[in-house]
Design a protein around this ligand. Sequence first.
Ligand code: PEP
Length: 246
Amino acid sequence: MKDSIRKPFVAGNWKMNGSNELVESFVSNLALNPDVDIVICPPAVYLSKLSSASFEVGAQNASEFASGAHTGELSLGMIAESGCKYVILGHSERRENHAESNELVARKVKATIEMGLIPILCIGEPLNVRESGGVFDFVKAQLDAVAKECGAQYIKNSVIAYEPIWAIGTGKTASPEQAQEVHAFIRKELTALDASAAASVRLLYGGSVNAGNAKDLFAKIDIDGGLIGGASLKIEDFTTICLAAS
Ligand code: PEP
């Protein structure tokens, strides 16, 4: 039986996609589902426009700094002012393409919680790590860095997304069993720090979730919803995925 203290959660990561037209279509047409927390994370320029919608809005990244000479960056204060409740942190595209280390991601998680926002902390292994059997060690190191910086209290203030890098944007989804195995490991690791927070933290799966495979993934006991990339740009598919979570 799934644990009913964890309300299902589905977040759409639009990455660097979208337009005024897509924003308007989501604001007008995205069906809400009272049984699921639904969050859209658009490019930052659309945050304010989407914040008038009745679903929640999140940013895709944030600076660890409050202000200053950081051209191109957004502070957490700005993100809060644009109506966000959530911030995706440590997405593999940030870790890989912008050299974000476990320690930097951990500092961002701390700053986000201090700002009163909720991190959607992304973790997950590349293909070579999966093939060499190192998944648990890899994911544990990512979690340990956050616990070292923030203490166990981050667990009750965060959502955590397991996103195997080999499954992101590739069409190669982890099987429900592969995903569940890592989710169970993550929950066990968190339980060692704070059992009650670990029982209630939402663990999302991300990596080529679509309207066809969402239901089987979300049926697994430790998978509380999804972080959705490509399929979050199609309102019908995203709606089907949200329904699958409920
Ligand atoms: C993501 O970017 O977080 C993601 C899971 O992408 P996709 O669903 O396209 O694999």
